[in-house]
Design a protein around this ligand. Structure first.
Ligand code: UDP
Length: 219
């Protein structure tokens, strides 16, 4: 009899930070660590940190009752592409949530979220697919976050903020709160630099940095 099989797609920095959280989460559900592997399209080694590394094809051929994978790759466009590949091959999305992540009331979160240790999502928040919230990040009340959004460590997203699809927010950035009905909006595909203090809305596709955050010429 075969059992479910789990993969962390990406054996880079992001994947190696997520796999131990997944291992702990799955062990609580009675899944032995050997049923959890890295998936990587360019494997650097046959095993890493005590877990097998296999290509996606190998993962799909491995005996299993069901297959589930988390996309642990920071590049949001790659996550979107691989998310379609998982669906095509019948691999279910896997969300990985650290045991000490705090999720308060009325938080709706899409498939494939990765919530690292010390992440807090407060109340009345909507989040799309494949959200990455790295170590110590928080999302405050009444925020709406799109698909494939990436928060590096220690991002502080205050209340009434809208973050559109494919936004990347660098480590330690602070997003000022918006107002009810008049949110601060970080537009689709925008990049917020490390340590930026974002005091007003950011246009789609623009890179901002500094305090107060301003568009970077030529970026
Ligand atoms: N990768 C992959 N398929 C892709 C793109 C990337 O398997 O389509 C893997 C790549 O081989 C690498 C990992 O994802 O091992 C990304 O690791 P990296 O340290 O470059 O970035 P991060 O972990 O920060 O996303």
């Amino acid at each position: 009899m075969t059992t479910p099989f789990y993969g962390i797609y990406g054996a880079g920095g992001c994947g190696r930070g997520i796999l131990p959280i997944a291992r702990e989460m799955l062990m609580v559900q009675g899944v032995p660590p050997k049923r959890l592997v890295f998936i990587d399209d360019a494997p650097a080694a046959g095993s890493m940190n005590g877990h097998a590394v296999m290509t996606f094809d190998e993962f799909c051929k491995h005996p299993a009752s069901t297959r589930h994978a988390a996309l642990a790759i920071a590049n949001s466009k790659v996550r979107e592409k691989l998310s379609l590949v998982l669906t095509e091959r019948g691999v279910g999305p896997l969300s990985v949530v650290a045991t000490n992540a705090i999720i308060m009331d009325d938080v709706r979160i899409g498939d494939g979220a990765l919530l690292s240790p010390f992440v807090t999502l407060t109340s009345n928040i909507k989040i799309g697919r494949c959200f990455h919230a790295n170590l110590y990040s928080y999302v405050e009340h009444d925020c709406v976050i799109g698909d494939y959004v990436t928060f590096a460590p220690s991002v502080k997203c205050n209340g009434n903020v809208v973050i559109e699809d494919h936004v990347y927010i660098g480590a330690g950035a602070v997003i000022k709160q918006g107002q009810p009905g008049r949110p601060l909006v970080v537009g689709q595909g925008a990049i917020v630099g490390m340590g930026a203090v974002v005091t007003k809305s950011v246009a789609p596709g623009v890179t901002v940095a500094g305090n107060p955050a301003k568009p970077m010429p030529g970026a």
